[in-house]
Design a protein around this ligand. Structure first.
Ligand SMILES: Nc1nc2c(c(=O)[nH]1)N[C@H]1C(S)=C(S)[C@@H](COP(=O)(O)O)O[C@H]1N2
Ligand SMILES: [Mo]
Length: 169
């Protein structure tokens, strides 16, 4: 085989490995994937564990999920209202009244935005079960432990997976 060709193959192989390693580091968010969510507002923060969040009033609801690998399908979810979680975290109404938006962040770097009115409405949930099964973590090919679900979002593009942080700004 031509020496130049061998050299090109070696360089491409090294580049691929280096990029894969860099990508792995980015995905390795220190926040972890145990379902703990940190809330940030004014100059305060509070973290709630998976157990603390799922102990709040549970709701069953149906919503149409539309992923990149499947067409629109109606699913049964179990979740907790985001406004109930805000209440549990100790975020009071005056904070919500003076804020303009709520940002929800996933471990892969995905961020979605809602207005405050939307965030505290009765169709925005932190879901943890789909069709009777836990959502699963990013590492295990799931979409949880928590996925934000805005029931009215018909293309599910703001259904933030792997939620680890919510900030009220
Ligand atoms: N954390 C995170 N959440 C996300 C996304 C993403 O890339 N990362 N993609 C969104 C989009 S565009 C859709 S359609 C749904 C389903 O995405 P999937 O097809 O990648 O599962 O999740 C939404 N939530
Ligand atoms: Mo999407």
């Amino acid at each position: 085989m031509n020496n130049k060709l061998v050299l090109v193959i070696v360089i491409l192989a090294i580049a691929t490995i280096t990029l894969a390693y860099a990508n792995m580091k980015v995905m390795n968010n220190p926040a972890g994937d145990d379902g703990t969510i940190t809330f940030i507002w004014s100059d305060k923060t509070a973290s709630l564990t998976f157990e603390e969040i799922t102990a709040l009033e549970n709701h069953q609801f149906s919503a149409v999920e539309d992923t990149s690998t499947s067409g629109p399908k109606t699913r049964k979810f179990k979740g907790v209202l985001l406004r109930d979680i805000f209440n549990k975290a100790g975020i009071d109404n005056s904070v919500l009244k003076s804020a303009s938006k709520v940002l929800v962040k996933g471990l892969d770097g995905y961020v979605i935005a809602m207005t405050v009115d939307e965030a505290i409405s009765d169709h925005v949930y932190m879901a943890f079960e789909k069709d009777g099964k836990p959502l699963g973590t990013m590492k295990k090919g799931g979409s949880g432990p928590f996925q934000l679900i805005i029931v009215k979002d018909t293309f599910s593009q703001r259904w933030c997976k792997y939620v680890f942080e919510v900030s009220i700004e």
